[in-house]
Design a protein around this ligand. Sequence first.
Ligand code: FE2
Length: 182
Amino acid sequence: MVDLDAFAEECKAALKADNTTKIVEGLVKKVIADPEGLEKAFAQRKTGNSLVDSIVFNDDDLTIISIDTPPGLQSPAHNHNMWAVIGVYDGEENNRFFQDADGDLRQTGERNLKTGDVAVLNPKAIHAINNPVKKVTKAIHVYGGNILNRPGRSIWNPDTLEREDYNIPNLTAYTNQLSRPL
Ligand SMILES: [Fe+2]
């Protein structure tokens, strides 16, 4: 069984270090090494089916959340405006990375996270994710801030590729538009 309270305390302690994301990366690697224990620990805390119900910890400096991604889901490009560490403990999460040079969104890389993989995103990272496998992908996400309320976040319109202010209705509409059943 994974102790999520202890995990949150270790992440909080890492915020005070110079190499915060390196430490959090190690902590995430450790908890996803026990996928069944992690899933049980998340299930015990989950209070419902919305994203907010899956939050383990959330304040202005740190958010810890479990995110399940259905098969074929594809998100639009978006930023977080804070560092993020993502650890996949079941399934796969494909990440495309972008840069926005004066309004010109260009893909700069791609990484398919498989079970057991961890990605560290810097605060300026722009990514779009999709689940390429025929099963729900399960991941732990740790963010260096309050992911539920962060000024300066953007989302890129999939049709025009124009930058827009991030908001949940747009994220949901674009995700529904891009996602395909597998
Ligand atoms: Fe993201």
